[in-house]
Each structure stands twice: as C-alpha cells, then as structure tokens.
Design a protein around this ligand. Structure first.
Ligand code: ATP
Ligand code: MG
Length: 351
C-alpha cells in the first residue's frame, strides 16, 4: 500500500477552513485508490505566535523537512500587524521555509474553467481550451542579485548559473512529460546575457527529452501571445522576474483567484502547496471561503510530491464538475458553505 504522507499547516484566517475541506477530499482519494493517509497538523504564522511560539516553530520545520510535502492554508492577518520584521507571521515563517527548503521552482497553473469563463475579462473564444502551467525560477536572477546605489545612480545585478537554469528546466520538461509535451521557454536573449545562457541551457536539457516540443519566445512578445493564443501553451518556463510578471498576467485569464493553486518545489519530490489567495480575514470563521484553490493545491501535492497523476486528475475532474453544476460558495454565485463544497467534491471523487 502506498501512503500519502505530508505535513498539514492550516495557518490563519480561512486557512483552517479551506484546509479541512482539502483534508476531506484527500481522505476520499485515499479510500478510493486504496492508499494510506498519514499527516500531522502543525502550527505556523499567527496561530503559532498565539500559542507562544515562533512564527515557524522548530517542530513545524522539522516535520516539513521530514515529510518533504507540505500543504499550507494561509498565513497572517491584521491581528499581527503590530509585529515587525521576522516576528511577523509571513516574514517569519514563509520566507525561511522557502529559503531553508530551497524551493526554487514555483508553479502556477492557468486553466479558465468553462463555468467561470464569463468572469474573465477576455472574450470566450480566447479562453476556451486554455490549460497551461507557468514554471517560474524562484531563487535566482535580478531579485537576488547585488543591488545598491553609487555615484552613477542605482543598480540591480542579474545572475544565473548554468546549474540554476538546468534544474528549473528539468522541472519544466518533467512536468511537460506528464502533460501535452510542450515547453515554451521565455527569455530576452536578444538583449540579456543571462537570457543567452538561459536559452543555451534549455536547449541542452531539451535534448534529453526528444518527445517534448520546445519553443522559444521573447518575454515582450510572450505578454501578447498569452492573451492572443493562450491555447497553444502547455508548460511556460521562465526566470524569476519574467515569471513574476507573467503569472500575474496569467491569473487574470482564470476569472477568480479562489480557484488558483500553487506549488513551490525543489529537488526530487520536495514541495510546498498552497492557494494563491491570502488568509481573507474579512470572511474567516463564517464558512464562506471558497476551498477550491486549496483542494487543487492538494491535487498538485499528489501529482508532484507523490507521483499520483491519476489521483490528482480525479480531484481536478471533481472540481470541474462542482463548477459546472454550480456546487460552489457565494463568491462564485453558489450557496454552499466551505465544508459543503469540500464534501461534495469528496463524494464525487469517491464515486
Ligand atoms: P495576502 O496578503 O495574505 O495575500 P490579500 O490582501 O492578498 O492577502 P486575500 O486574503 O487574498 O488578500 O483576500 C482578498 C479578497 O479576496 C478578500 O476580500 C477575501 O475575502 C477574498 N478571498 C480570498 N480568498 C478567498 C476564498 N478562498 N474564498 C472567497 N473569497 C476569498
Ligand atoms: Mg495577496
């Protein structure tokens, strides 16, 4: 029997509510596919501070490191606004977790669901059939380079080593192998030396994946192609700053932030999975939170940390069915509570 083993970090605000819904769905998946389910719940962020601990307690970090698969709700809220620097829930927990676990690859899928297409600002024909994933390098490039001021003005250094480009490219090609087998690499190689290294390295990695089609696009052109021919993309591979900009552009195509999961991954199967939305303190504790982004984050955990593609796809199909049938929370026009949506998806997975 395979066991689904992970660390569950409910966190703050709506985190525990959407988390509970995701756990219900994971239970259904384990039952349906005959897997064991083995997780521990740990404190993080404001919830840890309220318990008299650091934002990232030692026991939490140790368990995350041991399982290598982390499902996170959300962290932070106005209650802890008076705290400063590393005492703050977000700065003191998420950043060290990402840094210490070397989560160098960030993934955000973009799949405008049929039922939500009319929420998005683009015309239906531009969105139908769109299903791509952005693979963004997260720990290198200009955001991490030397920066400062001198007598000439200001500077930000952009650096990439071949090893940094190679490892993120491998992630993109591995992911493409589980999908439609196409990688679009985005750079600015007509101008930037880091982009030239990027392109050369991606071409070398591509040679190890003869089944995967490789396309190169310049980042300025990409911003346009993402809006005019988004259907053509499968895995979009890009460096840190370009990825930051492109993932925000991509999220607009999806119509609602309540349905977008994310994954931050590292070597091997190590990964942290969380919705892109925050702790939504304005609706916390009311059963109003949309749990779909969290449930889809759990699906990505199964896919990337456990290699369970079929199980992940079963969750994604159930989410699509819930959207099609209007079994949703108020933000998407439905009348169900957070846990009712979770239960609906769990029972859909079970059948
Ligand atoms: P953070 O800094 O933690 O990312 P934020 O300021 O970006 O937080 P969110 O917590 O993401 O804000 O909330 C933004 C708005 O979206 C709020 O009005 C919130 O209620 C709503 N919202 C966020 N997540 C959900 C959800 N899962 N279901 C329903 N509404 C949500
Ligand atoms: Mg936010």
């Amino acid at each position: 029997m395979t066991t689904i083993t992970f660390t569950y970090l409910p966190g703050d605000g709506i985190g525990p509510e959407v988390g509970q819904a995701a756990i219900a769905v994971l239970n259904a998946v384990a039952n349906k596919f005959g897997h064991g389910l083995d997780f521990e719940e740990h404190l993080i962020g404001g919830a840890a501070i309220d318990a008299g601990l650091k934002p990232l307690p030692d026991a939490t970090y140790a368990h995350c490191k041991a399982t290598g698969a982390i499902l996170l709700g959300a962290v932070g809220g106005p209650k802890w606004d008076h705290l400063k620097g590393a005492d703050r829930p977000e700065l003191g927990s998420l950043l060290p977790l990402r840094k210490n676990l070397n989560l160098y690859a960030n993934i955000r899928p973009c799949k405008p669901y049929a039922a939500l297409i009319d929420h998005a600002p683009l015309k239906r024909e531009r969105l139908e059939g769109v299903d791509f994933v952005v693979m963004r390098e997260l720990t290198g490039g200009i955001y991490f380079g030397d920066k400062g001021r001198d007598n000439l003005g200001a500077y930000d250094e952009c650096r990439y080593s071949e090893a940094e480009v190679e490892r993120i490219a491998i992630k993109a090609f591995d992911l493409a192998m589980t999908r439609r087998k196409k990688v679009t690499s985005v750079d600015k190689s007509n101008v930037l030396e880091t982009s030239r290294l990027w392109r050369e390295t991606v071409i070398k990695v591509a040679a190890r994946y003869p089944e995967v089609e490789l396309e190169h696009l310049l980042v300025d052109a990409m911003t346009m192609h993402m809006l005019t021919r988004a259907q053509d993309f499968d895995v979009i591979l890009t460096e840190n700053m370009f990825g930051d900009i492109l993932t925000d552009e991509a999220s607009v195509l999806c119509g609602s932030m309540g349905v977008i999961p994310s994954a931050s991954i590292s070597y091997g199967t190590l990964g942290m999975y969380e919705p892109i939305h925050g702790s939504a303190p304005d609706i916390a504790g009311q059963g109003k939170a949309n749990p779909l982004a969290m449930i889809l984050s759990a699906a990505w955990m199964l896919r990337l940390s456990m290699g369970m593609d079929t199980e992940a796809a079963a969750i994604e199909a159930a989410v699509e069915a819930a959207l099609d049938g209007g079994h949703t929370t108020g933000d998407l026009g439905g009348s169900l509570s957070t846990s009712e949506v979770g239960d609906w998806i769990a029972s859909h997975v079970a059948h």
